[in-house]
Ligand binder design. Sequence first.
Ligand code: MN
Ligand code: MN
Length: 501
Amino acid sequence: MTMLERSDWYDIARDTSWTPSYVTEEELFPPEQTGDLGITRSAWDRFDEPYKVSYSEYVKTQREKDSSAYSVKAALERARLFENADPGWISLLKTHYGGLVPAEHDAQTSEARMARFGLAGGMRNMATFGILDENRHTQIQLWFGHEHCSKDRQFDWVHKAGRQNQWVMIAARSYLDQMMLSRDAVSTAIMLTFAAETGFTNMQFVGLAEDAARAGDFSFANVISSIQTDEARHAQTGGGVLKILIDEGRKAEAQRMVDISFARSWRLFCILTGPSMDYYTPLKYRKHSFKEFAREFIVQQFQRQILDTGLDLPWYWNDLINEMDYQHHSYHLGVWFWRPTMFWNPPAGVTPEEREWLEEKYPGWNASFGRCWDVITENLLAGRRELTYPETLPVVCNLTQLPICAVPGDGWNVRDFPLERNGRMYHFASAIDRWIFEQEPEHHQGHLSIVDRFLAGHIQPMSLAGALQYMGLAPGEIGDDAHGYAWVERYRDPALARRAA
Ligand code: MN
Ligand code: MN
């Protein structure tokens, strides 16, 4: 049988736009779903995706990716990696799967919105592959993570985290709702695929894969690298849409979408990826710090991409880069401190050698974060573990739903950025978070943070037990120090204790 070359038929096959006769164009593509910003329909015909693929090519490649991931997994099971891994690495897997599976799941809806309401045939075509991609990412990560459930109950959260009122998951859902689920096709393309996927998924899926390969977890390294090859393809939808917006004089709208999404994505990756890279990955497998990865994958790459499209850097660019020195350290401290409310066991990551590494990568760490860990270490050495648990609630940011925290000790810079609106006082972690809230107050103003819910009496009884039940943490799932406090023993040696002080 004679086959045509792909280039001979691709443009005809992908351009499935036709003129409706039973309904009007506007009924078929209502502006509240397309988000067309008033741009004329013919302008969308210029949409062009750099990565061309036919359905049969797509299926063949995806099948190869899956069979490679499954065969690596089978080989690694024989090597009993799970049984022999450091508990910090196991916690990293729980964080990743619990946090990412709901995002992959919801991304199917976002891609489906673009597949139905995208105004260019090529865009709808790419988004159709995008739905299949996100379906694959949901299923394979559900399976790779949840199958450990028989060995460790916390892995049940790979499946259930997305529906729980656990505080990190409330933060994640608030992000997914704003960026992915409540958007029209155009703003989904820009906020999800351009800002979040182009900007951040490299960090999680390439950066973490490097650590995973060094740690011998080739199964995890393989599955997340194969996911990133899909992300790199379908994320290009955003670039194509962005070009049309800028050509048609809608740069200000596009800029605003990028500025909102970029900062929101940063905070969520900061709490999920930051501690994973700088505290959970065993020291001997670390090569780059979170900050070094962030500077390479976020600052340099995204800066180039933003400027290439004709957009400007977000107005808060330098402030956000400054946060790379400290924000994830404070999130890590908070996660460990509130460890009973976590669905993974956070490692402290502060042995004398780890503190030396932290000080080297983040000069000044000992004088700021280190001083909080000094107090925790002293209390644990003296057998006063009860003093290492929280007694009050943190102030939670009404945008990100994450605690308001920054640098402790020397260099203290923690402050609230409040806003009063319609008689309610809102609190924010930074001027950036408050600005995002003010761009779309209707998105956020009715939402209650976990602390608001506690104060409103939604969480009963008003105790730790009541809070754990509210968050869905069943017995056997409640977090504790990943190494069972064994690291504290290192400080009983007086010489070491002096060196760390
Ligand atoms: Mn995905
Ligand atoms: Mn994606």
